[in-house]
Design a protein around this ligand. Structure first.
Ligand code: SF4
Ligand code: SF4
Length: 288
């Protein structure tokens, strides 16, 4: 099963849950692949402490024009649906920040004047953390496109032959394109929230994306249980969303996590709860 772990907003404890689930499965002899898809601010490595064994640059192929061959016919500008190339007089201007690397302009140039060059946008890394196979992507500072980095991270970590490995995808916060890209192809989504009005608002948005738009089974983890009100419980009951785990607001947990410890290192009894949670969601995903 591929499980995406997301939250409508940052700071809900999503990575804490994702890391604790990975460590719990590993301890139960079901080691997962862990993908940190929060490429603008990956931090799972702070808890998993992987040994990185491979790094690679990642980016998009942008057009580069050989002006000696270009006749300024304008075909490349016409074909680009992202307005990433413009022909002004005899000049061809390429805007890499708009280019999606689709290659259409290269293929359509009648003079063969365009070749492609890699526009490096970030880094992918592979490592091991005990028996957990760890992958993370990091987008370069100033690069606004997280989606291509997430897509290439998933393609690298999850080739078709990767089979039935348990996979945990730690999504970015929010509910925008990078989150959708992380959830795409997952079998189920676990949303981490906190029982406050803000948590409820963002949970609703995340449910819209995961369940209503992508059609994925969704379960909920409530973090900092006891801090707010009953709104999240009432909403989940009305929507038929199972709350599979509650993590209480406790000083010892908060301090341990702030010091880089995983939840199951702080509270070992949670290991069995995370394994049970995984099995429950697997049943939801397969209809068992
Ligand atoms: S399609 Fe090719 S020849 Fe035409 S303007 Fe673009 S680069 Fe130049
Ligand atoms: S590669 Fe695609 S998106 Fe980029 S400039 Fe060419 S047509 Fe536009």
């Amino acid at each position: 099963m591929k499980l995406a772990i997301a939250s409508g907003k940052g700071g809900t404890g999503k990575t804490t849950v994702a890391v604790s689930l990975a460590l719990s499965l590993a301890a139960a002899a079901v080691p997962p692949l862990f993908l940190d898809c929060d490429v603008e601010e990956p931090n799972a490595a702070l808890f998993l402490h992987p040994d990185i064994v491979e790094q690679r640059a990642v980016g998009l192929l942008n057009p580069a024009v050989d002006m000696a061959r270009c006749t300024a016919c304008g075909r490349c500008a016409e074909i680009c649906r992202y307005h990433a190339v413009a022909v002004i007089g005899k000049q061809v201007l390429v805007f890499p920040e708009l280019c999606h690397g689709c290659g259409s302009c290269t293929r359509q140039c009648p003079e063969g004047a365009i070749h492609e060059k890699l526009n490096v946008m970030g880094t992918l890394e592979r490592g091991v953390a005990g028996t957990v196979l760890f992958f993370q992507g990091t987008v370069n500072v100033g690069v606004a496109m997280a989606v291509p980095v997430i897509r290439q991270l998933k393609q690298w970590a999850l080739p078709p032959e990767s089979g039935d490995w348990p996979v945990i995808l730690d999504a970015p916060p929010g509910a925008s394109c990078p989150v959708v890209e992380t959830m795409r192809g997952a079998d189920a989504v676990m949303l981490v929230t906190e029982p406050t009005p803000f948590g409820l608002h963002d949970l609703r948005v995340a449910v819209q994306v995961a369940r209503d738009e992508l059609g994925l089974p969704v379960a909920v983890v409530v973090n900092r249980d006891g801090v707010g009100d009953e709104g999240v419980d009432t909403y989940c009951a009305a929507e038929g969303l199972p709350i599979l785990l509650r993590i209480p607001l406790e000083r010892a947990i908060a301090e341990g996590i702030a010091n880089g410890a995983s939840l199951i290192a702080i509270r070992p009894e949670y290991q069995a709860r995370f394994v049970a949670l995984w099995e429950h969601i697997e049943g939801m995903a397969t209809g068992a």
